[in-house]
Design a protein around this ligand. Structure first.
Ligand code: PMM
Length: 263
């Protein structure tokens, strides 16, 4: 899954793809590089980011989604708003990717159930302005697994087909680096929930901190090789999907993992 943030402020690619033509061209380039789908989002979730209203979000994402669909690209919509999810799916997007797992907009789960699309429910504890204060865990893996199981139940209760449900540990969302590594280390416990698992590690802060020199985190531009390593390990551990910026590197990493598993 290639990342396409149509935002002025995303931590990784904010401000790069505000021009519709550039955004569509970048989406096509990611497909060319091997992405099976492009995840279009119009709201930054970086720590401290402000909310974006549905109208503003729609005006950012819809022209890009339409441009990609016209060119045959498979699109997912990264949104916490039910109205945006509905408009994107009605235009032809095939997956709703909700970083709040249905917690941000009370209408989301029922809307997705009615639309009948696959749904990615990510582990989330609160909006970006508060999430750094929400990273208290006694046992991060058990708590994330049980909170994801609650979201799964809420989705099923709302009418979402369990076979259409994808779960995501939400790396970096109300999580310190050690929490992210614990979740990756115990990937089998996420898989044991019985759903495909999506991993979004690409260029995140915990990779920058891992690669820090002299206490200075590695810059975003230097995190793709580490991202590719996470991709290889996550794919070998059984991940269904990785959400990444540098598609070519992750594509190679997925091939390595597949060959390793076949070997
Ligand atoms: N991370 C970001 C945005 N959307 N969606 C899912 N399912 N999982 C993630 O980990 C995730 C996401 C934030 O990263 P970005 O600013 O690079 O898009």
């Amino acid at each position: 899954m290639g990342v396409l943030n149509v935002t002025p402020d995303s931590f990784s690619d904010g401000g790069h793809w505000l021009d519709v033509h550039l955004a569509v061209a970048h989406g096509l380039a990611m497909v060319e590089a091997g992405a099976d789908l492009v995840d279009v989002g119009g709201e930054s979730t970086r720590p401290g980011a402000q909310r974006v209203a549905p109208d503003e979000e729609l005006s950012r994402v819809m022209p890009v989604i339409e441009g990609l669909l016209e060119r045959g690209v498979v699109v997912s919509i990264d949104t916490m708003w039910a109205a945006t999810a509905r408009a994107a799916v009605e235009a032809g997007a095939v997956i709703v990717n909700d970083v709040s797992g249905g917690l941000a907009d009370p209408a989301m789960l029922e809307t997705v159930a009615r639309l009948g699309t696959p749904y990615v429910a990510m582990h989330w504890r609160g909006h970006s302005d508060t999430m750094q204060e929400l990273s208290d865990y006694d046992d991060v893996v058990s708590e994330v697994v049980s909170e994801l199981a609650e979201r799964r139940q809420a989705a099923i209760d709302a009418g979402i087909d369990p076979r259409a449900l994808v779960l995501d540990p939400g790396l970096g969302f109300a999580k310190e680096p050690s929490h992210n590594w614990a979740l990756l280390r115990q990937f089998d416990r996420l898989l044991a929930l019985g759903h495909p698992v999506l991993v979004g590690a690409s260029r995140k802060r915990f990779l920058g901190e891992l690669l820090a020199e002299g206490g200075v985190p590695r810059a975003m531009s230097g995190r793709d090789v580490a991202t590719d390593a996470v991709t290889a390990l996550a794919a070998a551990a059984g991940a269904w999907c990785v959400r990444v910026h540098d598609v070519a590197g992750s594509r190679d990493a997925v091939r390595v993992a597949a060959a390793w598993l076949r070997g």
